[in-house]
Design a protein around this ligand. Structure first.
Ligand code: RRO
Length: 309
């Protein structure tokens, strides 16, 4: 029988499949529901110090089957309300808060807040793809030094997972900078910077104009970026675990990321409207391992790397 258990940055998980930030996690009730699907861990919607209303609609549009563009605009109740309302320590699976801020100081305040409330680890969002409606503005994870500064400021309070953007030429350099600054894990990819247009209305599809692309179309990009991160970390002698995501909609997709060297994965867009899909994917992973005769995830993790050496 396949053993799906992993230890990630000191956290014991029943399986390597996590709920990604931003999908089915915006209320305590939905998070509770997702805990019952057998996910290994649940990442919350990004939390900022102050409440944010989000952008005007439309905020999410399916532009091709299984492929979405979004600009939610980080809607969230703010740290204080989040800590009052959300079950950080009482669910049957670990809840990992996702933190978002503009400066290392703000990130540090968020990290201190969730650590004091009992969080064992946090994901830091260095990579929301549409910081401004107008052209301009860069993402923290587009600058290795800026990303490392946030990691250094937050790891003083609790271990962190640095969530990276695919919108860079060399994601490996950013990952290594984060690992060197003490990141407990790297997660990638956030959505791809995108724009879609409504030809009838002669306007951008989304209320914010710019958005981020997710879903099945981005899977090959996610796989390549994860492979590049794993290669760069190996080359720099870091054993920092990588959490892969982008376009996962089946157990086979999970396997694809693990073969590229990911220790675990996150699933988001494909769960839209169907929490039970999470259970089916987890069962499918165990069945795939049984059929292949693999007992542990480590038995096949990173198998694809030898093709690129
Ligand atoms: O809230 C959003 O619009 C959003 C975030 Br914080 C993110 O990290 N990635 C994304 O595609 N949308």
């Amino acid at each position: 029988m396949a053993n799906l258990r992993i230890t990630l940055a000191g956290l014991d998980l029943d399986n390597p499949i996590m709920l990604a930030s931003g999908i089915l996690d915006s209320t305590p009730g939905i998070l509770q529901r997702m805990a019952e699907t057998g996910a290994g861990a649940l990442i919350t919607k990004s939390i900022s110090l102050k409440p944010r209303p989000g952008y005007p609609g439309p905020t999410t549009v399916e532009i091709a089957p299984g492929t979405w563009i979004n600009a939610m605009g980080l809607p969230n109740p703010g740290l204080e309300e989040f800590l009052n309302e959300f079950p950080l320590t009482t669910l049957s699976v670990p809840v990992i808060p996702n933190l978002v801020a503009d400066t290392p100081d703000e990130f540090a305040k968020l990290a201190a807040g969730v650590a004091a409330a009992g969080a064992k680890i946090a994901e830091i969002n260095l990579s929301c793809p549409h910081p401004k409606a107008a052209y301009g503005g860069s993402l923290t994870a587009q600058d290795p030094e800026a990303a490392a500064a946030v990691v250094a400021a937050t790891t003083k309070h609790l271990p962190v997972i640095a969530k990276l953007t695919p919108n860079v030429a060399d994601i490996g350099t950013v990952a290594v900078a984060c690992a060197r600054a003490g990141a407990a894990a790297i997660s990638a990819i956030n959505t791809l910077a995108a724009l879609d247009v409504d030809p009838e209305l002669e306007r951008p599809l989304l209320g914010n104009g710019f958005g981020g692309l997710s879903g099945v179309a981005i899977r090959p990009i996610g796989l390549r970026k994860v492979l590049e991160i794993v290669q760069a970390l190996n080359h720099a002698n870091f054993d920092t675990p990588v959490i892969g995501m982008g376009g996962i909609s089946s157990a086979e997709d999970v396997v694809r990321y693990l073969l590229c060297g990911a220790h675990s994965v996150q699933i988001g867009t494909s769960l839209t409207g169907d929490p039970e899909h999470m259970s089916a994917i987890t069962r499918g992973l165990a069945e795939w391992m049984d059929r292949k005769g693999y007992r542990e995830l480590a038995d096949f993790r990173g198998r694809i790397l030898e093709w690129f050496s």
